[in-house]
Ligand binder design. Structure first.
Ligand code: ZN
Length: 275
């Protein structure tokens, strides 16, 4: 059963070197979950051949523009394309207000039902339970309320004992508060905005360095780490990868258009496998 993460954007606050802002598709058994929706995400979807009509759940980590400015455009296109299915959107309560205002002044009456589920900036909570998948939101530590998301495969008790999990942490200062929520994930995406020589700037802006992301992965017992949210100061993100690997060997760079499989350690005898 497919469980993979397709990267749509790897940049941070401002556009740089052709990188798009944060967005990714979690594909679980062909059910598509959109995680963050930076500006231009619908262009990235079309670039990588993903019909937006296949997305039924959208998770927004926080209300900095590089994580959601693409959402009004995507929601409008779904409307114009005649979408009928409910769309479930998860995010800070303020997101509903922002979207309502946008639709109010564009005099848009969505043709589909937008089901908004606020996330809690204070407590971890299960926000979605499907027959084979459970999604948890959990607080991160950023300049504005921000939540991470954890996707857990859930199998019927009598079946194969292995289940796979993926956690998404962006944006955040590395700290111990979310360690329980990401414990033992097979794949951890963790922002790595800066090299550790910029740790002062990371602390100021409540972001993380590549070294800190690697320490988090190590302490949490993650099997594999995916770095992203690269600062505009880095044309080439390779030094971020080299830095992370000094602490956590199983680190990889998120690359736009690349899909990363979420593989359980017991699933096929391998730690993790890239597609
Ligand atoms: Zn942010």
């Amino acid at each position: 059963m497919k469980f993979e993460v397709l990267i749509l954007g790897t940049g941070s606050a401002t556009p740089a070197y052709g990188r798009h802002p944060s967005a990714q598709i979690v594909n679980f058994n062909e059910e598509l979950f959109l995680v963050d929706c930076g500006e231009g995400t619908q262009m990235q979807l079309s670039r990588f051949g993903i019909r937006s009509g296949r997305i039924n759940h959208v998770f927004i980590s926080h209300l900095h523009g590089d994580h959601y400015f693409g959402l009004p455009g995507l929601l409008s296109s779904m409307h114009l394309n005649g979408r009928k299915n409910d769309l479930h959107v998860y995010g800070h309560p303020g997101l509903k207000e922002v979207l309502d205002l946008q639709f109010k002044y564009s005099e848009t009456q969505l043709k589909y039902n937008l089901v908004f589920r606020p996330t809690s900036p204070d407590n971890p909570e299960t926000i979605l339970q499907m027959p084979r998948m459970r999604v948890l939101s959990f607080p991160l530590h950023h300049r504005v309320p921000c939540t991470g998301f954890r996707f857990d495969e859930t199998l019927r008790a009598s079946k194969h004992p292995a289940t796979r999990s993926y956690a998404y942490c962006s944006d955040t200062r590395a700290f111990s508060g979310y360690m329980d929520a990401i414990r033992n994930v097979d794949l951890l995406y963790h922002e790595s905005t800066f090299l550790h020589e910029m740790v002062g700037r990371a602390a100021e802006t409540l972001h993380s360095t590549a070294l800190e992301a690697a320490q988090v992965a190590d302490r949490a017992g993650a099997k594999k780490l995916l770095l992203g949210h690269y600062s505009a100061r880095y044309k080439d993100p390779e030094p971020l990868l080299r830095e992370a690997r000094t602490v956590f060997r199983e680190s990889e760079l998120a690359v736009e258009g690349k899909a990363f499989g979420v593989m359980d350690v017991f699933f096929n005898g391998q730690l993790t496998v890239d597609n």
